[in-house]
Design a protein around this ligand. Structure first.
Ligand code: NAP
Length: 368
């Protein structure tokens, strides 16, 4: 094992998102998985034994990960011991517990000196915790020293990523805002993959030959989280943006991976002159400075497909390490200004890959 890599831990390593972390980090140039934790049901087993019969991915885990002893994620002292042995510098949190339990546990890790890069929703509305989409609000990491100071934390801190449902439409509207075309109002109709519900997730009899027009809490997250991401730091806490106002309809559809969003958008003031201008803005969008050299950053964060029948989850979700957003069907809207369809991979860009990119950003900025 290369000594120069940063040793990382995964909380919830046995779950749907945890398995993605494990495989995506197989050959990561900066990070290496040396610590795995999950529920007391998995604790005390080797990782290979803990995931036997419920491995969900086509790619498998590295041999050294299969040999790791799974720890109880509720026992922070185990992670502290691993930190002291040089086996866990920070953790990715992919826990599925109650909001209060997750919130308290992630704070215990941070207080014990172990930074937490989280996928859980528990801390998204904590007023001094950044909700990061690396290309959009990298400057929100500036709150970390204030967060540490306010809580008396020395080395630890908490940074989270937003809900997977919003990933496909945040970058396109950010790119347009950067070009001077701010969004004022939007409707979004999401068609979300079953992997978004974890494993075993939605019962098969609810999903086969069917669509479920409700995902608990998802519409509120889809409408409100963008406002924090487009907001700013003010007096040591986040102040939300006022716009865009979003009306979301979130549906669970029988797709394994890849959340699709149909968006109708109204601009606040100035409007783009043509659909071609918008496509050029999206094609030119980089989001992150190239010199940062973040390994998980997509080369081109927004890909536009000209075909009438794209994007499609099966054909487009894996584009550029499954980290790019694919858009199609841009056209004028009869009620608002424009409409389009956007797609992103929910367990990669929307979960583990997004978390890894956030960690890369935090390392680049000297926080890890
Ligand atoms: P999942 O497949 O149900 O996995 C849950 C993980 O949490 C497992 O490792 C499980 O361990 C562990 N866990 C459950 N109860 C626990 C307890 N009491 N104490 C300690 N560990 C416990 O869920 P998931 O889909 O991977 O989601 C994980 C997190 O990521 C959730 O917060 C979810 O909201 C968020 N997220 C998911 C997606 C997605 O597309 N799936 C996208 C964005 C964010 P055992 O295996 O031992 O039970």
């Amino acid at each position: 094992m290369a000594q120069s890599k940063i040793p990382v831990g995964i909380l919830g390593a046995t779950g749907m998102v945890g398995q993605q972390y494990i495989t995506l980090l197989n050959d990561h140039p900066w990070f290496e998985v040396r610590y795995a934790a999950a529920s007391p049901r998995s604790a005390g087993k080797k990782y290979a034994e803990a995931v036997k019969g419920r491995w969900q991915l086509t790619k498998t885990y590295a041999p050294h990960v299969g040999d790791l002893m799974v720890e109880d994620a509720n026992d922070v002292s185990r992670a502290v011991a691993a930190f002291k042995k040089g086996e866990c510098s920070f953790v990715f949190s992919a826990l599925e517990m109650s909001k209060d339990e997750t919130k308290a546990l992630e704070e215990q890790y941070a207080a014990a000196g172990i930074p937490v890069i989280s996928n859980a929703s528990a801390h998204r509305w904590t007023e001094d915790v950044p909700v990061l989409i690396a290309e959009i609000n990298a400057d929100h990491t500036d709150i970390i020293p204030l967060q540490k100071k306010a809580r008396g934390w020395d080395r630890g801190f908490i940074a989270v990523k937003p809900n997977c449902s919003i990933q496909s439409y945040m970058k396109p509207i950010h790119a347009l805002a950067q070009a001077g075309y701010e969004a004022k109002r939007m409707f979004v109709n999401t068609m979300q993959a079953v992997s978004g519900a974890g494993y075993p997730g939605v019962p098969s009899l609810d999903m086969i030959d069917n669509i479920v027009p409700y995902i608990g809490g998802e519409e509120e997250k889809s409408e409100k989280e963008p406002l924090k991401i487009f907001g700013c730091i003010d007096g040591g806490i986040f102040k939300n943006a006022e716009f865009p106002l979003i009306s979301a309809h979130c549906n669970r559809v029988p797709v394994i991976d890849g959340h699709t969003a149909c968006v109708s958008l109204e601009f606040a003031g100035k409007k783009p002159s043509s659909m071609d201008e918008i496509k050029k803005i999206w094609a030119a969008y980089k989001g992150l400075p190239q010199e940062a050299g973040l390994p998980f950053a997509p080369k081109q964060p927004i890909i536009y497909r000209e075909e009438d029948n794209r994007p499609q989850p099966r054909k487009d979700r894996d584009t550029d390490k499954a980290m790019a957003v694919t858009i199609g069907r841009l056209r004028p809207c009869n009620i608002f200004d424009i409409r389009f369809v956007a797609l992103s991979h929910n367990t990669v860009r929307g979960a583990a890959g997004g978390g890894i990119l956030n960690a890369e950003l935090l390392k680049h900025k000297g926080y890890l």
